[in-house]
Design a protein around this ligand. Sequence first.
Ligand SMILES: Nc1ncnc2c1ncn2[C@@H]1O[C@H](COP(=O)(O)OP(=O)(O)O)[C@@H](O)[C@H]1O
Ligand SMILES: [Mg+2]
Length: 216
Amino acid sequence: MAILGKIIKIYNETNQGDILIHLDETLFIGEGRNRKCYIHPNDTNLCIKIPTPRGERSANRERRYFKRLHLYSKNMEMISDYKGGVKTDLGNGDIFELIRDSDGNISKNLKYYLELDLDIINKQIIEQIELLRVYLKTEYILISDLGLDNILLQKDGNEKLRLRVIDGIGDNNQVPFLEFVKPLGLKRSAKKWELFKAVIAKISLDIAIKIKSFNT
Ligand SMILES: Nc1ncnc2c1ncn2[C@@H]1O[C@H](COP(=O)(O)OP(=O)(O)O)[C@@H](O)[C@H]1O
Ligand SMILES: [Mg+2]
C-alpha cells in the first residue's frame, strides 16, 4: 500500500466520527486487569475494549503500537488486529477482531485447553506455540505479557486449533524504544517467552519442556 493510503487508513482508525455506540452488560465478554471487552453491537465479529482508568495508559501505548505495525505492513495473522477507536456510552473504546470458533462460539483460551490435557490437543498446542515463536521473530513483533488468558485457540470445523494473541503485545516500557533497537527487543522477548513457558510449566511440564527458547 502506498504511504498515503496507509496514512489515510491510520487517520480513519483514529477518527471514527461522533457516532456513539451503546454498550450494555448483555454484550460483555470478559475482562482483564486493564480493560472490559464487549461484542460490537453492529458487527458480531468485532469486539470493543473499554479501558479502566488505570488501564488508560497501557491502552494508549498499545493503540500506538498497532498503528506502527500497520504502518510497517506487518503480517497480523496470529494477532487479533486493531480496527480503530470508537466512542461508546461507557467511554472511549478500541475495536479489535473478535476471535470465534467456526461454530460461532467465542474461542477459549490457552489455559482452558492446557487444563483439558488431551493428547490430541496438547500436540496442536505445541505446534501452534512453535508457529507463534517463529512468527514473532520473523515479523519482529514484541511481547510484553503472554499470559495464558491473552492467547486464544480458534477451533475450525475439523477440530483444528489456530493460535491468536488477543492482548499483551508491544513494548510496555514508559518510553517504548525496543522496536527500534532489535537486539534489545529480541532479548526482552526472549525473557518474556521464558516467563510464558514458566506459566505453562505450572499446568503441564510436559508441554513446557517441548517449547523451544525464543532465540533458537
Ligand atoms: N479479540 C478477542 N476475542 C475474544 N475475546 C476477547 C478478545 N479480546 C479480549 N477478549 C476477552 O476479554 C478479556 C479481557 O481482554 P484483554 O484484552 O485481555 O484485557 P486486559 O488488557 O484487561 O487484560 C480476555 O481475557 C478475553 O476473555
Ligand atoms: Mg489480558
